[in-house]
Design a protein. Sequence first.
Length: 265
Amino acid sequence: MVGSLADRIAIVVGAGSSGPGWGNGKATAVTFARAGAKVFCVDRNLEAAEEAAAIIKGEGGSAVAHPADVSNAAEVRAMVDACLAHYGRIDVLDNNVGIGSNGGPVELDEAEWDLVFAVNVKSFFLTCKYVLPVMAQQRRGAIVNVSSIASIRAPRGITYVAYNASKGAVNSLTQAVALQYADQGIRCNAILPGLMHTPMIDFLKEQYSAGDYERMIAIRDRISPTGKMGTGWDTAKAALFLASDEAAYVNGHLLVVDGGLTVRA
């Protein structure tokens, strides 16, 4: 396949959707494949990873599904080894895993705080830990981390302090890696999606609309300056740019993809 990622090997972590539809990771895996990449689709849920891989192969692309809990170091190491065994190199690492959590410092349970940070931050640290040596040996690589505008803005009327704090940590991790590895041909950037219509937002329906999913969607659409939430495809297109040579001089950048929400007074 010919495209901006032709013949690149891309690991997409969180390549399966958490529910029906298109999450950021699933859309990114397919978008990368359509741009020519061979995609190593990773998800804790193997069936979800296999669904993304099957879509790619059904379109004539190359993909492998692999199960991994990327908050576990041994499973991350095995993931990297498996990708190298199958494809021989790693050109792109796209980190999409993440969970939400409701509540402020008083309401939130300590164990839930720890879980959010293990999934949302530790997993990114671990994938970088085991992929960066491969990229450094190649003298080439691109890492794309999915953060959130919640890392730079506290939403009105909704409190999820662990999510806010964890995504802020992703931003700092991204920029630290970007500076450390810039002279080794490796770039590291983050995407900060805004209000997105993906399967992940289901956990918010109690706070938005007392469990009414359709009302939650309508509220979030109204909040967006465009009148509609973005989708996983918007995140995927941003990831494609950051992963490709089109962004060869973009490093340590936090790319906001929110329809203009964060510039609203």
